[in-house]
Design a protein around this ligand. Structure first.
Ligand code: EPU
Length: 340
């Protein structure tokens, strides 16, 4: 197995922070995953594509970075198979998510189009239930294969046991540091039905009768490109904050004061507020604090203006949280994981 000491993670996180980890292991085979899980001792952190983390300047512990590869269709007639025009696809944790989406579209396996172009790896997708443009990973995940920390035992965890929610699953809650995910199974479809529920998407599609999955994914990628920085050019972690959900009374109070507030009704009678709009209203769009800044085209995205450290990014995020709180009495929370 590949193991390294005093290893720079600069190219392993999309913020581009030059974080030095005292130990790094990169499991690839089943035996690597079993051994890594069995011998893992705190502190450790499982790092996928590093697209949703703020790494410390130095990490005294073990970074576990899965590098296994492979995407294949499970025999539909077998025990794990599925009927009714669906196809079960298994992908290794170390696969790059965006490549996995493209590969499935090319094979005629549908359901992932709206999640095209998201940075990160397959193994991270169930952990925070990645989502964009009206689709979330939970809509397509069937089950997750893991190795248990401490014992190295392997197990499949079914979709319903993961307690998926907005940017959340049990892997982020009570199961934090309990398992290493090595592969994920997805239930995809063999016929293409576009999900155009997200307004920005439906208005970008001219002819939805002849729309192909590839065209839809390309539209998603072009909307993303117009709002989100390319991590190869500007360091960021995508949306830095979650969109806060407030109760109906709070929403109506705000709506009276700010008639143009951007919000979407959610299942429980509450409203999800666009945190980007709240931050924008506080005048932060395009501004900087130290070497960290707020992206010019989308206020929800914090960027590295060059050699930013985790302290620069944390200081900026705290200032934004406090300004939003002062103006709207709403507490926004980071979506990105801040590792210390
Ligand atoms: N807005 C502003 N100013 C801004 C940014 C946004 O006024 O600077 C308003 C706009 O009116 C816009 C609305 O907020 O219409 C919502 O913005 P957008 O459609 O860009 O979506 P978002 O809520 O900001 C979420 C996800 C993104 C995902 C998009 C599309 C979260 C935290 N973020 O952003 O996910 O791509 O929806 O589905 O839920 C990510 O998690 O890294 C990420 C990029």
């Amino acid at each position: 197995m590949n193991t390294f000491s005093d290893f720079s993670l600069k190219t392993y996180n999309t913020f581009g922070i030059n974080s030095i980890a005292s130990n790094v292991v990169m499991p690839e085979t089943s035996a690597d995953f079993r051994d890594t899980a069995k011998s893992a001792t705190a502190p450790f952190f499982i790092l996928g594509g590093g697209s949703n983390v703020v790494l410390p300047d130095r990490y005294e512990g073990t970074i576990i970075h899965p590098i296994n590869k492979g995407i294949y269709k499970i025999d539909e007639r077998g025990d794990q198979g599925c009927l009714d025009g669906r196809v079960m696809v298994e992908a290794a944790a170390g696969e790059v998510w965006a490549n996995f989406v493209d590969y499935c579209i090319a094979q005629g396996w549908y359901g992932l189009e709206n999640l095209a172009g998201i940075p990160g790896t397959v193994g991270a997708s169930p952990v925070q239930n990645v989502g964009a443009y009206g689709t979330e990973a939970k809509d397509v995940i069937d089950s997750v294969h893991c190795y248990e920390i401490g014992t190295g035992n392997e197990l499949w965890i079914a979709h319903d046991d993961c307690q998926f929610a907005y940017r959340w699953s049990r892997f982020k809650g009570e199961w934090k540091d309990c398992y290493i995910i090595d592969r994920v199974r997805f239930r995809l479809r063999e016929t293409f039905t576009p999900n155009l529920s997200y307004k920005a998407l439906s208005s970008a599609v001219d002819d939805n009768k002849n729309l192909t999955a590839r065209q839809l994914a390309d539209i998603v990628v072009s909307i993303r490109d117009s709002k989100l920085p390319n991590p190869m050019e500007i360091g960021s972690a995508g949306s830095f904050f979650k969109n806060p959900v407030v109760d109906s009374d709070t929403f109506h109070r705000l709506k009276e004061q700010y008639p143009e507030i951007v919000a979407f009704a959610v299942d429980n009678g509450g409203f999800k507020l666009a945190a980007g709009w709240l931050i924008d209203q506080c005048g932060w769009k395009g501004r900087s604090l130290g070497k960290a800044g707020v992206y010019e085209k989308q206020a929800l995205v914090l960027v590295n203006r060059g050699c930013a450290t985790s302290s620069d990014i944390i200081a900026l995020s705290q200032q934004i949280i406090s300004d939003v709180k002062a103006k709207f009495s709403i507490t926004i929370e980071p979506e990105a994981i801040i590792l210390d």
